[in-house]
Write a protein that binds this ligand. Structure first.
Ligand SMILES: C[S@@+](CC[C@H](N)C(=O)[O-])C[C@H]1O[C@@H](n2cnc3c(N)ncnc32)[C@H](O)[C@@H]1O
Length: 225
């Protein structure tokens, strides 16, 4: 079993690693050879949207996923607290030799078109009346966690924005791993993405209390010649 990063941050403002975070760690442990083979001969841009505490990006850096060299890790979060936490997780786990850029960004707005090879997102997926407004300042401490959790109608408002941007964001060989809960109706989402020409695979799922969490992998279908 691969080691799990040591994380210490202020969980009043940053999402505490939970079942969903750990399911993603298991997903990447399971898929590490697939990723290594897929990206072996190229420079790889890995981008985590919403790194929160930084546990997942640090896990990837620590365990050289997808590979040891020629990898740039980007961590994009709307929350300044999450960016601080991610840098601190890198340092705490002695991953400074990995190249990591943290960027404050509303979803994928800061990504260049077609640049990302591996996109990862554990989104705010809890169904809610609406997605909360971005707090006006860092010190509005009690509002940042809502943003980490609440995903509007069906918990899908934030995730759908990212799915709608996948074609723009991903490189030609790019893939995305996105986490869902059952209330997001992931099989319906997957079917609709397949109808739009994507290959969508269920990689891992787990019952977590009364919730069922799953991670799907999205990639482009090969072009037939
Ligand atoms: C469920 S937490 C996941 C945290 C971490 N990746 C994990 O698995 O433990 C969701 C993260 O997405 C971030 N987030 C929410 N809305 C965002 C947006 N519009 N743009 C960028 N990040 C966002 C939150 O700040 C939070 O860090």
């Amino acid at each position: 079993m691969l080691p799990t990063p040591h994380i210490k941050c202020d969980y009043d403002v940053v999402y505490e690693p939970s079942e969903d975070s750990f399911l993603l760690l298991d997903c990447f442990e399971q898929d590490q050879n697939f990723l290594k083979n897929k990206f072996q001969d190229q420079f790889v841009v890995v981008c985590e949207l919403g790194p929160g505490s930084g546990i997942l990006t640090t896990f990837l850096m620590q365990n050289k996923i997808p590979k040891r060299e020629n990898t740039l890790y980007l961590a994009l979060d709307i929350s300044p607290w999450a960016l601080e936490a991610t840098l601190s997780a890198q340092e705490r786990n002695n991953c400074q030799e990995s190249i990591l850029e943290v960027i404050q960004s509303d979803l994928t707005g800061s990504l260049r078109k077609g640049m990302t090879d591996l996109l990862i997102f554990n989104p705010p997926y809890v169904p809610a009346e609406k997605v909360p407004e971005r707090p006006s300042g860092k010190d509005e401490r009690n509002q940042w966690l809502d943003l980490a959790l609440l995903g509007g109608e069906d918990g899908m408002v934030v995730t759908q924005k990212v799915l709608d941007q996948l074609d723009n964001i991903l490189s030609p060989q790019g893939i995305a791993y996105i986490l869902f809960c059952a209330r997001n109706k992931p099989e319906q989402v997957a079917e609709s993405m397949r109808e739009n020409g994507w290959k969508v695979e269920l990689i891992i799922y787990r019952k977590a209390g009364w919730e069922i969490l799953s991670v799907y992998r999205f990639s482009r279908l090969p072009i037939l010649k």
